[in-house]
Design a protein around this ligand. Structure first.
Ligand SMILES: [Zn+2]
Length: 208
């Protein structure tokens, strides 16, 4: 007999409705964290509860993309970049068309390092994931910001010729066409360890 799928709140264990984009009515915890900022703000005990809950949920259904992406985000938050990448890679191999899968793959592949310390082939891979995210999405300023990070800390740092997509400034100006969450932008910039002078440059160009 098929197992009945019940979503339970990762924090208090209360039963939740099928819709995952919701907040537990008992404790106010979001089943799916909004972004890496909301994860970073949680205490380690809550984070642990999320990871346990997501793992159980994925044992029931490996194809649950929002849950798999959330688990990958937890691993990125915990700097377990390889775990995060593996989860996302499997989703991508199964023809997943969620742009965030590719966006977080790019972030996980950077392993919390500056792009300039990576080998060229890795940088190219990061770029290809970001391109996939762009193609699959109807527009997200963060994807442009991540592309600007690569331009700034790799191509412009080493004074390499610009590749398609233009300079970091062009990309940041394009990002301004979207609703940007300042906290989220700063969290990403922190994860990829952008130099302080470049952080100031990003802040000066971005309308946040
Ligand atoms: Zn709850």
């Amino acid at each position: 007999m098929a197992k009945i799928m019940v979503n339970t709140c990762p924090n208090c264990g209360a039963n939740l409705a099928v819709d995952l984009d919701q907040i537990c009515e008992f404790c106010g915890t979001a089943y799916i964290p909004k972004n890496l900022v909301s994860l970073a703000k949680m205490d380690s005990q809550t984070k642990h509860k999320y990871i346990t809950s997501y793992k159980e949920r994925l044992e029931d259904n490996k194809e649950n993309i929002p849950v798999a992406v959330s688990l990958a985000m937890c691993h990125i938050d915990a700097q377990n970049y390889e775990f995060a990448f593996e989860i996302l890679r499997k989703l991508a191999e199964n023809n997943c068309s969620d742009p965030n899968v590719f966006y977080y793959m790019a972030l996980a592949m950077l392993e919390g390092k500056k792009p300039r310390v990576l080998r060229m082939d890795k940088v190219r891979k990061v770029e290809s994931y970001l391109n996939s995210a762009q193609v699959l999405s109807s527009g997200n300023g963060l994807y442009y910001i991540m592309q600007a990070v690569i331009k700034r800390d790799y191509y412009e740092y080493y004074l390499f010729n610009m590749h398609p997509g233009g300079s970091s400034r062009t990309l940041l100006e394009t990002a301004n066409n979207f609703n940007l969450d300042a906290e989220e932008v700063h969290q990403i910039i922190k994860i990829v360890k952008l130099d302080e002078s470049d952080q100031r440059y990003f802040d000066s160009v971005l309308a946040i």
